[in-house]
Design a protein around this ligand. Structure first.
Ligand code: GDP
Ligand code: MG
Ligand code: ZN
Length: 335
């Protein structure tokens, strides 16, 4: 097992954030109690399943959806948030409190680091032989998952295109990723092959879909939750302004108690604000070798006594992973 590590800075930032959140939440609870409007229904738990501008869609415990506004001072609420809300009428309500998040995914881009999805347990990375992934595509998603301390599940979609060379390459890489502890599943949203296994792998979890455009994320969602589209249409009817539904993050229910979040904002992103150190941590098999090179400033290219190059020679690190690391770090240097 590879241990997950937080850098010292990440840990202190997390602590500071938590302290702020608790400080904010406490006075808020008191305000809510003292200003409780008697015309509202009782406080009840719910889940934020979509977000259209200022309108939130909250689902109650029996699957009914309400278009909700939010009490002041709650901060940004996002799809996946578990909330306390009160009903106003048969279509609307008001969110009065938000439970602490298990995880938060922000748009992984420094300038717009607003949270966009909450309470995700696993990141589902979808790739396919068509469009063929770039040399570093999968590793970039894995670096992101590692930085969020979230497990990743790799899906190789379009397995019906199994005769292609790219599909064979993907399967070879999958063998490496499996050894690294990342589960990989082959599926086809066209023939439904492997979809049941995916359903089982997600049982009871909340997952977020990630992957390049065209790999079949929407098709996969439809294979897993055939009612998803109808759900989206009924939600967009609830949203008073009739906003475009396609731009919103949505949480869909799957069989076996799983939730799947599709969030258009997070598929394509840049690692430009990541440090080299954070990127190295994202290559989990590098970790035992870090700090063991002869030169402290070793770039792991062709220096004598390089522990990473040696690990590649010994078959402990796949050559394509070290290559991928160099490409990603090279992109940083060129910024
Ligand atoms: N052959 C094949 N094509 C697929 C499969 N899944 C999706 N596609 C096709 O790939 C294209 C992109 O799919 P889409 O779900 O829109 O991808 P997204 O951009 O990731 O949401 C569409 O033309 C789909 O019909 C699959 O399993 N096999
Ligand atoms: Mg799509
Ligand atoms: Zn080295």
């Amino acid at each position: 097992m590879v241990k997950r590590r937080l850098t010292h800075r990440q840990m202190s930032r997390q602590k500071a954030q938590q302290a702020k959140r608790v400080a904010r939440a406490k006075p808020f609870e008191e305000t809510v109690k003292s200003t409780l409007n008697q015309s509202l229904g009782p406080e009840q738990p719910g889940v934020l399943v979509a977000h259209y501008g200022t309108t939130l869609i909250v689902e109650n415990q029996v699957g009914q959806c309400f278009s909700c506004s939010v009490r002041q001072n709650l901060g940004t609420l996002v799809t996946g948030d578990e909330v306390i809300w009160q009903q106003i009428d048969d279509k609307t309500g008001i969110v009065v409190a938000c439970f602490e998040r298990r995880s938060t995914i922000s748009r992984p881009d420094k300038r717009t680091s607003k949270p966009i999805v909450a309470n995700v347990d696993v990141i589902v990375i979808v790739c396919a032989p068509v469009p063929a992934p770039g040399k570093t595509t999968l590793d970039r998603y894995l670096i992101l998952a590692q930085s969020l301390q979230l497990p990743a599940l790799i899906i190789i979609n379009k397995s019906d295109l199994a005769s292609t060379k790219t599909h064979k390459d993907l399967l070879e890489q999958a063998a490496v990723y499996r050894q690294l502890g990342y589960p990989c599943l082959e599926v086809s949203s066209k023939t439904n092959s492997g979809v049941l296994a995916l359903e089982q792998a997600l049982a009871g979890k909340t997952a977020v879909l990630m992957g390049q455009s065209g790999v079949g994320k929407s098709s996969l969602l439809n294979a897993l939750a055939p009612h998803a589209l109808a759900q989206t249409q009924s939600l967009s009817a609830l949203s008073s302004r009739g906003r475009q539904t396609t731009s919103a993050s949505r949480l869909y229910h799957l069989p076996l108690g799983a939730n799947l979040i599709d969030s258009p904002g997070i598929h394509e992103f840049s690692l430009s604000h990541f440090s080299k150190e954070a990127i190295k941590q994202g290559f989990r098999e590098f970790i035992p070798y870090l700090g063991h090179c002869r030169f402290r400033n070793c770039a792991h290219i062709n220096e004598p006594g390089c522990a990473l190059q040696e690990a590649v020679r010994l078959g402990k690190i796949a050559p394509f992973r070290l290559q991928s690391y160099h490409i990603i770090v090279g992109d940083l240097d060129n910024k």
